[in-house]
Design a binder for this molecule. Structure first.
Ligand code: KIV
Ligand code: ZN
Length: 513
């Protein structure tokens, strides 16, 4: 069995998804979960891009001791210095430097010749190697590069000290069998390739990222760069859960192993979705809400007789618990604690009291409490950033023939304020009231409502993305009443804006990538 290195870039490439902006505390929560999941390398950000990115990467490198933390840097001394400064407190920290090698990028973006790029790449790697022997070089847009030139670049950077060389399909252009041919070509024509780990990084523009990665592994790659739920630039990156479960499910075809504890996949997927506000499509492989749902009677009958008739993965392998563990209003503190521990949460007594109180009030409104509901409660109660705005009271009047009106009371810095507004619908009315009370002027970028579980008593999970002065944030709220959930999500987003302003970590960095 060959060990495949899992390099997770949820917090770097994933955070480049439009509308996603995580603060330092959220990055740390995701980082801890990724560490628990068992990834090998965690790319935490792009330190030179902003003070917020720098402090996020530094905090992760300083606090996570079970994983190598990597930082991204362009092929320049300034970027590499910032990357090293941010990660130097970590365990086996990695500098990841990159430079484009395709003619199209060199001509139009870099305005540099092949010789200049070759020289810049090896100079950058040699510079990074003065700090650490753990240096990765990425040839951006490798899949559209001249392969002989690419092999020359890889040979030079390995000579300069790169211990990992990454072959990105930056624009998601590759087709599986052709991608395998390219990887084989690089393996055969880079004389010193055996001195480095060959990595791949695939984008999903043609929906082929996972297929391309699997082909590349077959052809000799041994590191996969991926994200949870496949989030990332444009159509996203390779989804980690898909690659890991494909390798595991088709052991007959892949003689590979990974260090991933697959039973943490579901919890990780939900945490990333909740904190980024990127909703997972229901039919998404492995982690979508319907991935293990059998609708047709023939399929249900088959699964009841023998699960493997229609299921190629045991849902418990990815941490999807069985229905028998559903809780209800008669469940006590002890049962909740056991369930939380099973889901990977270890709470202090006072945190447990806090979550238990909310659990009881939810159980009064909703008959069956699923793990997804409990996760939403934990997120609501414990994973919140410090709140400036807090919902105190909400009343809405709506229906046919009347103008929807919302009466809202919130606390602003501990002082209660109340008002009433009309709107096109109850949510519009409630949002207008919140805007008036908070005296804020943000732009609404996205609003989405999702039912966390099935049934009309399901909690609605709302995600609200806002933009103000170039800072974009996403807030979440969950409640069986979707208007309450919407107001909570809106207030959560406003609190995040406040937090970003205070910490200076909201400023975006896309322009520099
Ligand atoms: O897609 C890409 O090429 C990247 C590199 C920085 C590795 O994200
Ligand atoms: Zn990328």
């Amino acid at each position: 069995m060959d060990r495949i290195i899992i390099f997770d870039t949820t917090l770097r490439d994933g955070e480049q998804s439009p509308g996603v902006s995580l603060n330092v505390d959220e990055k740390l929560q995701i980082g801890r979960q990724l560490e628990k999941l068992g990834i090998d390398v965690l790319e935490a950000g792009f330190p030179v891009a902003s003070p917020g990115d720098f402090s996020g990467v530094k905090r992760l490198a300083d606090e996570l001791k079970g994983v190598q933390v990597a930082a991204l840097a362009r092929a320049s001394e300034k970027d590499i210095d910032a990357a090293w400064e941010a990660i130097k407190g970590g365990v086996q920290p990695r500098i990841h430097t990159f430079l484009a090698t395709s003619d199209i990028h060199m001509k139009y973006k870099l305005r540099k010749s092949r010789d200049e790029v070759l020289e810049m790449a090896s100079r950058a790697v040699a510079y990074a190697a003065r700090y650490t022997s753990n240096v990765e070089f990425s040839a951006e847009d490798a899949s559209r590069s001249d392969l002989d030139f690419l092999c020359k670049v890889f040979q030079a950077v390995i000579d300069a000290g790169a211990t990992t060389v990454n072959f990105p399909d930056t624009v998601g252009y590759a087709i599986p069998w052709d991608f395998a041919r390219m990887i084989e070509y690089v393996v055969e024509n880079t004389p010193n390739i055996h001195k480095a780990v060959l990595s791949v990084h695939c984008h999903n523009d043609l929906g082929l990222a996972t297929a391309n990665v699997l082909s590349a592994l077959n052809a000799g790659a041994r590191q996969v760069e991926c994200t949870i739920n496949g989030i990332g630039e444009r159509a996203g990156n390779t989804a980690m859960e898909e690659v890991v479960m494909a390798i595991r499910t088709r052991k007959d075809l892949f003689q590979f192993d990974t260090s991933i504890e697959t039973r943490h996949i579901t919890a990780t997927s939900r945490l990333v979705s909740r904190l980024t506000g990127m909703v997972v499509q229901p039919n998404k492989a492995i982690v979508g809400a319907n991935a293990f749902a059998h609708e047709s009677g023939i399929h249900q009958d088959g699964v009841l007789k023998e699960r493997t008739t229609y299921e190629i993965i045991d849902p418990r392998d990815i941490g999807l618990s069985s229905g028998k563990l559903v809780l209800g209003k008669h469940s006590g503190r002890h049962a909740l604690k056991a369930r939380l521990e099973e889901m990977g949460y270890r709470l202090s007594e006072s945190e447990l009291d806090n979550v238990f109180a909310s659990f009881k009030s939810l159980a009064d409104k909703k008959k069956e409490i699923y793990p997804e509901d409990i996760e939403a409660l934990v997120a609501e109660k414990l994973l919140r950033i410090p709140d400036r705005y807090r919902l105190v009271y909400l009343h809405v009047a709506g229906g046919s023939g009347i103008r929807p009106t919302a009466t809202v009371a919130i606390e602003v810095d501990g002082q209660e304020r109340a008002t009433a507004c009309m709107g096109a619908g109850p949510i519009d009315a409630a949002f207008k009231a919140v805007e008036k009370l908070t005296e804020t002027r943000s732009n609404l970028l996205r609003f989405s409502v999702n039912a966390i579980t099935g049934g009309t008593d399901a909690q609605g999970e709302v995600s609200v993305s806002l933009e103000e002065d170039g800072v974009d944030v996403t807030g979440q709220g969950a409640d069986p009443d979707i208007i309450t959930a919407s107001v909570r999500a809106y207030l959560n987003a406003l609190n995040r804006l406040e937090y970003s302003k205070r910490k200076g970590d909201g400023d975006r960095k896309r322009a520099s990538l």
